[in-house]
Each structure stands twice: as structure tokens, then as C-alpha cells.
Design a protein around this ligand. Sequence first.
Ligand code: NAD
Ligand code: TYD
Length: 337
Amino acid sequence: MKVLVTGGAGFIGSNFIHYWLKKYPKDQVFNVDALKYAGNLENLKDIEADPNYPFIKGDISKYDEIEPIFKKEIDIVVNFAAQSHVDRSLYDPYEFITTNIIGTKNLLELSTRYKVKKFHQVSTDEVFGDLALNSKDKFSERTLLKPSNEYSATKASAEMIVMAYNFTYKLPTTISNCTNNIGPNQYPEKLVPLAITNIMEGKKVPIYGSGKNVRDWLHVLDHCSAIDLVIKAGKVGERYMIGSDHEEISNIQLIKKILKIMKKDGDWMEFVTDRLGHDRKYAVDWSKIKKLGWKPKYKLDDSIRLTVDWYMKNEDWWKKIKSGEFRKHYEKVYGNR
Ligand code: NAD
Ligand code: TYD
């Protein structure tokens, strides 16, 4: 089987490539990545010489640049490539429109032309907007798309084009909507790696607004196994929610868990100006994928502990990042702290 992973040098894509090659060693996994700020080939250094892992530097928003890959008779496309950070969509939204919408459109067009057997769109629970903090509701496959920022709006737009290709051109597509991931290789702009690495640098953890916002946290390898199952057993034309089984947890409660592991007290949290349009709560009902036989393997406390361990053992990886492009982003979002 020939699998094309887009955005494979990023957080989830790189974990997915490792996951897939370990589970299906006879498959060939092509990775096309434009190596934007979050793309890091160090995430794949251990397999760079593997003939089953060809890497192609390419931008999915440029049709001609990626067409040659499709001539290699690709069976499955898994589209991870994206601009993925909400805060950046507030100050650089055009990058989101270009990659998340036009990039996905190009991949769909090429997948149709070259008769790809399955196109899987990796999406997010953020496309459904947010829930009130006291709500008992959960997002499900039947919830209407109602995105609230340009990250989620571009991911929702991409999904709609995926659905259009399935309906109009009969491209065999599936979509998955996953909650927040944690684990190795996550660019330290996102809350969990930012918190761990800030503490290691002797800096406080910036908490937006009241810190009462709620997210659902899943280990990245649980996300990978869920995508695998949807590709292999999911119904064509449908979507699947992917979520965790831990109790509802606020950002403050999550950070307290990290602080406890790192033997620090609550003074290491610093409340800062809220994010514009900050979604209050995400929660997902993943009973549909459960019926296919999936459930998360990692408990929340284990996922957090493993993630803290990884960043503690891989200082070189994140220190290089934090001293580069990251600084500009940090100053834009948090000021000169
Ligand atoms: P990431 O930002 O770590 O990685 C994105 C990758 O895409 C990078 O390697 C980047 O270089 C590449 N890329 C960006 N623009 C590109 C372009 N034009 N052409 C080719 N490559 C390009 O993101 P991530 O956290 O790994 O997320 C991967 C996917 O999963 C995204 O589609 C995201 O919406 C989705 N998702 C993420 C989460 C999460 O918690 N991180 C949860 C649910 C869904
Ligand atoms: P993030 O990791 O950016 O993921 P998303 O916004 O896509 O869910 O943020 C997770 C939560 O943490 C979200 O409620 C915003 C909050 N947050 C902070 O409080 N401080 C921060 O510095 C960051 C980056 C996020």
C-alpha cells in the first residue's frame, strides 16, 4: 500500500508516520511537507534513510508542485497539513486560507484525477464552535459546523469541500474530528508544551482570561490509532468524532497537574489578557467510533506525565525552536515577557 501523508513533519503527522510504519512495515509512506514553522525533519530523523519513507518538500497550496507525487500511484491520502494554531489565525489569517482551504482543494482534485482509493481529512472538534461552560451537551457527528475563528473556519471550509468531492465526484472520503492532542513533537506554542518548556526555562505559564475554559485532551498515539481505524473500517462519505474518556477539566486544572509533576506551586501560573473569541468549551461524543472498536489507551495523567518526560529529555529539540521564529510569535501574543 502507498500512503501519502501531508504535513508529516509536524506534530501529529510525524507521530502518525512512525505509528503507520511500525504497524504496516510493508507499506510505503510518502511525506509531503512544506516545512513551515512547525515542520521539523528532526521528528523523523530515525527513519530518514528508510526506503519506505520518501520525503518530498512540497506545498499543498501549489498544485503543480504536488502533482508529481500522485503519479506514484498513491492508494491513500491522509491530510494533516495545516496552519493549526488559533492565536496565529488572529494575526496571519491568509496563511490559513491558503493552506487549509486551497491546499485541501488541490489534494482533492489530484486524488480524484489519479483515482486515489481513500482520502482522509484530519479535522478538529473546533469546527463546531463552542459549548457553554455549564452545558452538558457534546459535539457529535450530527452537530452543525459553526466555527468561531479563522483556524476553525478554514478547517470547516475544507471539510465542506471534502464532502462536496465525495458527493459530486464520488471520491471515497472520510473525515475525523479530534479533540486537543498532547505528546512528543508538539511545537511549543500550544498550551501543554508551552507550559512545560516555560517552567523548565524558569518562566511562568500564561493562562488566558479566567483559565476556566475546558478542553478534552488525548494522547497523540490514540489519535493515530483512531485515524487508522477510520481509514480501514470507516464508512465512506462519513465523519467520526475522536475524544478522550477523562472527566471535564479546565485549563487551570490541567496546568496544576503539570505543575505537580514538575514540583512547582500555583504561583507559576500567570493570568494574561484573554484570547480574542476564546472558545469556552469543547466536549465530544465519540460513541460512533467506539462501535467500530476504538477507545483511548492512555489515561489523562499518563499522557501528561509521558509528555512532561519527553520535553524534559529533549531539551535540544525545543530550545532550538524557542530561540528561533518562535520568539516573534511569543512577543506578538504575550508581549515582551
Ligand atoms: P502542526 O502545526 O504541528 O503541523 C502542521 C504541518 O503541516 C507542519 O509540518 C507544516 O510544515 C505543514 N504544512 C503547513 N502548511 C503546509 C503547506 N502549505 N503544504 C505542506 N505542508 C504544510 O499541526 P498538528 O498539530 O500536527 O496538526 C495536524 C492536523 O491535525 C491539522 O490538520 C490540525 O487541524 C489537525 N488537528 C490537530 C489537533 C491538535 O491538537 N494539534 C487536534 C485535532 C486536529
Ligand atoms: P491551544 O493549545 O492553543 O489549543 P486550542 O486553542 O486549539 O484548543 O490552547 C488550549 C487552551 O489553552 C485554550 O483554552 C487556550 C488556552 N491557552 C492559554 O490559556 N494560554 C496559552 O498561552 C495558550 C497557548 C493557550
